[in-house]
Design a protein around this ligand. Structure first.
Ligand SMILES: [Zn+2]
Length: 306
């Protein structure tokens, strides 16, 4: 069956953990969903108006994590690592039950999500996927930070660069081709912060669940965690993971070339809002196998088990 048809998971999957910012204990269950359902969050601790649809325009806050809020003011936050896993694995349809306002942070990466989803396997439907294709170059700038979306042939490339004055080991650059590359390093890369920011974040009511078990903490150029880096570009690979998760809020897999320097959740979201603000900037198309080169299908890592 086609790798370009919509997919869900074979069986329900439960994740338990703590919310990075809220500190709340949370149980989250991913349920299989039918074609054209999309990815929907459901707050099971709230009885009414509790469905939250991922959308670029539902992002109510993008500082330190991505928070989605529906029209009734009900939110889910820190959606980006799960969304990146779902995008990379090619999952189109899921109902995600959540008994709290924030997803579990797990180990600060998408590793647990990806491994468990791969274990339970995929169910492939007979409905084709839709993709969003960039037609025009769009740049969003905020001082030195920027993100650019450009047309690309068939792949999604994310080129990311980070620069920090405080810690030189955080200056990194990397490029991932999402549909062609092995993404293990990206999925396994953990979130990070500077030791000097920990107290500041806690005073702001953030990072209440943060610990060395779910974030890399840097003091000057030293890593305070006993587990050292999982790969040599873990910091920038995590930023690529965040970027992919934020991009998947458009509701489709994207074809385009993305370049970002010193960006983050807010820059990505503002860039996406600019991109979507004019219909000439993009097109949404149904992707069928006859339309794309054979080499893409051969190299495509999204193998079906159905
Ligand atoms: Zn992150």
């Amino acid at each position: 069956m086609s790798v370009l048809n919509q997919k869900t998971i074979n069986d329900s999957l439960n994740f338990r953990g703590v919310g990075l910012h809220s500190g709340n204990k949370v149980s989250m269950t991913l349920h299989p969903a039918p074609p054209n359902h999309g990815i929907i969050f459901k707050r099971t601790d709230i009885k009414k108006n509790n469905l939250i649809y991922p959308s670029v325009h539902n992002v109510s806050s993008a500082s330190y994590c991505t928070k989605l809020t529906n029209e009734y003011g009900i939110s889910v936050s820190t959606v980006e690592h799960l969304m990146a896993a779902l995008c990379g694995l090619g999952i189109d349809n899921l109902l995600i039950d959540l008994n709290s306002e924030e997803l579990p942070i797990m180990d600060g990466s998408a590793k647990n999500f990806v491994e468990n989803i791969n274990e339970v396997g995929f169910k492939v439907s007979d409905q084709p996927i839709r993709i969003i294709k960039i037609n025009k170059k769009i740049t969003y700038k905020d001082g030195e930070k920027f993100i650019t979306f450009e047309p690309n042939k068939i792949s999604l490339e994310i080129d990311f660069e980070i620069k920090y004055k405080q810690s030189s080991i955080l200056n990194q650059k990397n490029n991932k081709n999402i549909y062609m590359d092995d993404l293990t390093d990206m999925y396994n890369s953990r979130t990070f912060c500077l030791f000097e920011d920990v107290e500041k974040l806690k005073k702001m009511g953030l990072a209440q669940g943060g610990s060395l078990d779910n974030a890399i903490v840097l003091k000057d150029n030293e890593i305070l965690n006993s587990e050292k880096l999982r790969n040599s570009k873990e910091f920038v690979n995590h930023k690529i993971l965040d970027c992919l998760g934020d991009i998947y809020l458009v509701g489709y897999r994207m074809v385009g070339k993305i370049t970002s320097s010193q960006g983050g959740h807010n820059v990505t979201n503002q860039g996406l809002r600019d991109l979507l603000s004019n219909n000439e900037n993009f097109s949404v198309i149904e992707l069928k196998e006859k339309n794309i080169p054979h080499s893409f299908l051969v190299k495509n890592p999204l193998k079906s088990t159905a």
